[in-house]
Design a protein around this ligand. Sequence first.
Ligand code: NAD
Length: 434
Amino acid sequence: MKISVIGTGYVGLVTGVCLSEIGHFVTCIDIDEKKVNMMKQGISPIYEPGLEDLMKKNIKDGRLNFSSDHKSSFVNSDVIYIAVGTPQKMSGAADLSYIEEAAKSIAYHITSDTVVVTKSTVPVGTNDYIKDIIINNLSNDVKVSIVSNPEFLREGSAVNDTFNGDRIVIGTDNKYVADFMEDIYKNLNIPVFKTDIRSAEMIKYASNAFLATKISFINEIANICEKVGADIEDIAIGMGQDKRIGKDFLKAGIGYGGSCFPKDTNALVQIAGNNEHNFELLKSVIKVNNNQQKTLVNRLVNRFAELKGKRIAILGIAFKPNTDDIREAASIVIINELAKLGADIIAYDPIAIENAKKILPKEISYASSVNDALSDADAALILTEWEEIKEINLLKLSNTMKEPILFDGRNCFSLEEVRVSNVEYHSIGRPSLE
Ligand code: NAD
């Protein structure tokens, strides 16, 4: 199959590369020429394990190429995927301007019948809107079919997720097109679920909202655990052994972040509101998360009273390990709050520092290693559970830090480990050890 993918972010690039790996001829298109030039040389503009090797292999095999020119890329494309961003507007609703641009470009440039597949996360009804834009702007007499094919990959394991996903959702009102789409993915051996367009759009939002709910739920239980003297790690194990609950997404911490959960939960609240439904549960999930992102700051303030001039090491900036993505990361909220309180912040992340520098306050300094960050610090905050951060030797912390005081927002250490060290340890949903 000849496929074009519009947008080469975490979703578009991974999708394009993986589709080429399973035998399709793929052109990945982006408006960012700098990115396109990098990708042509087999260099990935994003950090995603395994991606660059697959890029290089498929470029060499002649199945993968990159372009900034929509028109020439669309020539003879059987399928065009839309994978552009749908960021959050000030109102909380999804910004569809990139989607609109992509749809217009398809309409202007396609010269043969085409299946248009929306991978981007879009509010219910948007695929109908995309169809209207394309039909109303077509330059040539061609037929267009629209498919909603929402994406479920996770950053940090996106390639693996694409090859081993739990399901592929195909939303279309045309049985022939549904079978055609199933055929594109036949080499992946992943269950395909076919449904109508609006249900497919809603499956994506409902899934993310449910996962966000699980996180806010366990964080609220953790907050109660701190008050009643129970241990959230044991609670999560005991709950997760019930198959109806499941053990995943029961990890207490400093709240969810990233480019999806915050914007998709807000968008679903908007979608509900636009349809005269007050989604109270999801509003609470969002509120709980916003509070949870500040919990370590509050505890630090309680511990030190005055943070001005205190050297605070931040360990981990990315919203989760194995990605350089810091969009909506809890670390941003925490670092900004600490900066406002006058703390002297030194931050470390294995790969997200360049992205962090673009948006964090100028006065933040950056360390080149965990040890460098910890050196002479009054306290350290663990915000991302990178392997190298989980491997910190607690027994040696007092040699490096001014005082070995650790606020662990990701519960990286067992209380047993901490007890045999002389570290003052504050974590989430467990008793503090002093
Ligand atoms: P991103 O912001 O990383 O990338 C979007 C890319 O599209 C950018 O490179 C941009 O330059 C390009 N672009 C914008 N307009 C274009 C146009 N007209 N032509 C060509 N390129 C254009 O976005 P992302 O994180 O990959 O997310 C894309 C969509 O997938 C969003 O709707 C998101 O909600 C959804 N999604 C993301 C994830 C994730 O983990 N990132 C997971 C599932 C779904």
